[in-house]
Structures are given as structure tokens and as C-alpha cells.
Design a protein around this ligand. Structure first.
Ligand SMILES: Cc1cc2nc3c(=O)[nH]c(=O)nc-3n(C[C@H](O)[C@H](O)[C@H](O)COP(=O)(O)OP(=O)(O)OC[C@H]3O[C@@H](n4cnc5c(N)ncnc54)[C@H](O)[C@@H]3O)c2cc1C
Length: 410
């Protein structure tokens, strides 16, 4: 028999960063919220490199963070071609930070709890409750097998990339052709690296469709990962560690301590993110950068917007699809220009042969692109970032060169 649980205004599916942050903003507006998380502990297992823009964290009201969450800060990025050609970008000050994702997620959940949000752990949302085409709540299953229905005015779907419940709301789910498959490891014993630099390894035989990354910590440990749109990322990671001209030296003594596997959606946001009584946000709505796979900031940004709009519609007593439509408009306004630019960049990079990639990394250094970009502190909104530097002569030369390269590769 299915029991009835108390009825919050909003139920949130998923206690990841996006679910907790959305819940926090709802609670701040006086909305009653319950978050349902299928795992027993927030943030565990973690599958993320946690490489985030400091400027964006600040704009979300999340910087500085409490002690123990930040692992390192970076002002340098080194990009390597498969032949070992290196292009270094030195920025004027630290622009990105590596966070411990489990602790970050726990911090957001604690903030939400302090604001009055209830968390139901080890409770999986099995399905959506619907009435006359509108979402009216969720059916949940506890770890002990007990089942319950929970009615709500609005459901926030922040279930991550599984995106299983989206379909039930009548929304289009993730484009499988936009997925890359990632392995993320914790390693120790890294050598020959700069502590304030993130390492990025490109190549069709290294990480087809994406890249490998190394994010060091001052104690010699690091996060090492790789994603690919073809084949087994573990096999590619092994090859990176043993065969890549540069990485094999940096990782010659490295030992993998833990490894996790997860997909990343690079196809850009799903077309529609709302339905009657329902709003989707974060990875399940593919609010993710197509260039880097970073999804934390875009997910948090959209969750905050969703909270504002949901609180207003609940107060007005109308949570129909029509009333929630402004959420779509805000997401489009905030992300579409940059996402479109990043989709073009992703297609461009994917289209390059290893030889062209090598040539590109050599040429951008010669054009002085590193100097043109050295004042940049924006890595999330890459369309606007490129616009801000596009007027510099070195960027004109580089863009003309990339244009020719693009035409030559089609
Ligand atoms: C290898 C890798 C590296 C990455 N590196 C970065 C990076 O450096 N920087 C960055 O910005 N982004 C990175 N990302 C992306 C980032 O991890 C995601 O964008 C971010 O976690 C999205 O948050 P979310 O809350 O939408 O989803 P998630 O973090 O996936 O959280 C979803 C939560 O929902 C829960 N859940 C799912 N289904 C149910 C259900 N039916 N019932 C109850 N609970 C459910 C899950 O257990 C989970 O806790 C990376 C991703 C991968 C795979």
C-alpha cells in the first residue's frame, strides 16, 4: 500500500549542488521544500573534477567558501597537442579554483537545511504524479522498500544526467549523440608540474571528442580524468598515462587511488525545461558548457532563476505551464548566446586532425593570443568572453587563421 507524506510546496528530485541550491533559494523566499536524494550521504559518490570559476562562484554568493572545500587555485592552463606541443595561458591572477565536490555539495545542503529545507535521504523518486497533464507530485521509495506519494505544487527536477523523470513530464530528454563518457580518478605521485596550472591533453588517439585533464594539489596528489565520445575512457586514460609525450613523464610514478565513471552531456540545453507544475535544471536539462563539460555554475544559475519564478507562481496560485514559461525565457537569455558559441567551438575542435591541432597550438602562441587573453577572468560565458577580446589585433589574426583552418577541415 502507498502511504501519503506531508505536502511541501515544492519537492526537489536530487540532492546534488543544483537541487540543494534551488531548494535554498526557494526556502529563502518562504516556500516549503523537501529534497529527495537516493543516496544515504550528500555528495557521495563524487564524479566531478570540481574545477570552477572564482568569479562565477562569487556571483552566486558562494565565494569565499569555508575552509576545507577549496583544494587549489589556478592562474595557468597548459594545453598539449598529441605531439607534445604546449600552449600556455598565464592569467594575471587566479581565475579558477578546484573544490572538493563532496564537501561543496554538503555545504550547499547544510545552507539549505539552515534555511528550513527538509532532506529525505536514501529515498528514490520512482515516478511523477500527474493530473490532467500537469505534474502534481512524486512517488518515492525508501531504502526499506516502503513507498509513498508526495503531492506538491511544483516539482524541481535536479536528478542529474540520468534524466529518467524528464520524459514522464513530457520533455525531450538528453541527446545521446552529445554524450561523452568520463573517467575521473584521484591520484598521488605527480611530478614535473606547476602547482598553479591545470594541464589539458588533446588528441584523436588521446581523448577523441574531448580531452584529458590533470588538476594538481599542493601535496602532490591530483585529480586526473579524461572523457571521450568513442570507446572506453579507461583504456584512453591508460594510454595517456603511459604513451603521451608529456603526461607519461608527469605521471610516471603516479598511482590511481580511486576511479569513478560518469557521462557528460555536451549537446547544449534540452529544448524545453518546464511543464505544468514541473521545472528541470542542471545536468538533467543539459545546462552544461559544450567546450569543457562544466555544469555546476550553469546549473546553479538556472536553479536560482527557477526558484524565483516558482516562488512567484506559487504565491499567485497558478503553476500551470503558461505561468512557468518565464523560466524558459530566463534560461535562454542567460545561456543561449554562450552555449551557441561553445557548440561551434566544440565542433571546430572535434573536426581538427591531430596535425591541425598541433599546428593550432603552435600558431596561437606565435600570434600572441596568450597575451590577448591574459586579462580574462571569465571562463563560463565563453561567447561574451570572446567578444570582449575580439577587438585585439592578435585575436583578429588568430580568428582569421582559425576561420581558414575551419574551412580547410570541412
Ligand atoms: C568526470 C566529470 C568531471 C566534471 N568536472 C566538472 C568541473 O570540473 N566543473 C564543473 O563545473 N562541472 C564538472 N562536471 C559536471 C558536474 O559534475 C555537473 O554539471 C554537476 O554535478 C551537475 O549537478 P546536478 O545537481 O545537476 O547533478 P548531480 O550532481 O548529478 O546530482 C544529481 C543528484 O540527484 C540524485 N538522484 C538522481 N536520480 C534520483 C532519483 N530518482 N531520486 C532521488 N535522487 C536522485 C543523485 O544521486 C545525485 O545526488 C563534471 C562531470 C563529470 C562526469
Amino acid at each position: 500500500m502507498t502511504a501519503q507524506q506531508s505536502q511541501p510546496d515544492v519537492v526537489v528530485i536530487g540532492g546534488g549542488p543544483v537541487g540543494s541550491y534551488g531548494a535554498l533559494h526557494l526556502a529563502k523566499k518562504g516556500v516549503s521544500v523537501t529534497v529527495y536524494e537516493e543516496h544515504p550521504e550528500i555528495g557521495v559518490p563524487s564524479h566531478c573534477a570540481g574545477h570552477i570559476s572564482i568569479r562565477s562562484l562569487r556571483s552566486m554568493g558562494l565565494y569565499p567558501l569555508p575552509d576545507g572545500i577549496i583544494e587549489n587555485n589556478f592562474s595557468v592552463a597548459n594545453f598539449y597537442s598529441p605531439q607534445g606541443t604546449k600552449f600556455s595561458l598565464h592569467l594575471a591572477c587566479p581565475v579558477t579554483t578546484a573544490i572538493n565536490r563532496a564537501k561543496f555539495d554538503q555545504y550547499l545542503a547544510a545552507q539549505a537545511k539552515d534555511a528550513g529545507v527538509e532532506f529525505k535521504m536514501s529515498t528514490r523518486v520512482e515516478s511523477l504524479l500527474k493530473q490532467n497533464g500537469c505534474v502534481k507530485g512524486i512517488s518515492v521509495k525508501g531504502a526499506d522498500g516502503s513507498k509513498a506519494d508526495v503531492n506538491s505544487k511544483v516539482v524541481f527536477d535536479a536528478e542529474g544526467i540520468s534524466s529518467r523523470l524528464l520524459r514522464q513530464a513530457g520533455l525531450r530528454t538528453l541527446n545521446p549523440r552529445g554524450l561523452v563518457y568520463a573517467v575521473e580518478t584521484e591520484i598521488e605521485g605527480v611530478q614535473d608540474i606547476e602547482m598553479d596550472a591545470v594541464e589539458v591533453y588533446f588528441g584523436k588517439n588521446i581523448a577523441p571528442g574531448f580531452y584529458g585533464w590533470l588538476i594538481p594539489r599542493p601535496d602532490g596528489s591530483a585529480k586526473l580524468g579524461l572523457a571521450t565520445n568513442r570507446g572506453d575512457p579507461r583504456a584512453y586514460l591508460k594510454r595517456l598515462m603511459t604513451k603521451h609525450l608529456v603526461a607519461s613523464k608527469q605521471l610516471a610514478r603516479a598511482k590511481i587511488l580511486t576511479a569513478g565513471y560518469h557521462a557528460i552531456s555536451l549537446a547544449g540545453p534540452i529544448g524545453r525545461v518546464y511543464a505544468g507544475g514541473f521545472m528541470a535544471m542542471g545536468d538533467c536539462a543539459s545546462q552544461v558548457k559544450p567546450t569543457t563539460g562544466g555544469g555546476v555554475i550553469f546549473g546553479l544559475t538556472c536553479a536560482r532563476e527557477a526558484a524565483k519564478i516558482a516562488a512567484q507562481t506559487i504565491q499567485n496560485g497558478d503553476v500551470s505551464a503558461n505561468a512557468l514559461q518565464p523560466y524558459q525565457k530566463r534560461c535562454d537569455e542567460l545561456l543561449n548566446f554562450d552555449i551557441r558559441t561553445m557548440l561551434r567551438l566544440r565542433r571546430f575542435i572535434n573536426s581538427l586532425s591531430d596535425e591541425k591541432l598541433d599546428e593550432m597550438l603552435r600558431v596561437v602562441g606565435k600570434f600572441g593570443v596568450d597575451k590577448a587573453l591574459s586579462g580574462v577572468d571569465e571562463i563560463d560565458y565563453q561567447g561574451k568572453m570572446l567578444m570582449s577580446v575580439a577587438g585585439k589585433p592578435s585575436m583578429w589574426a588568430a580568428l582569421a587563421y582559425f576561420g581558414l583552418l575551419y574551412l580547410g577541415s570541412h
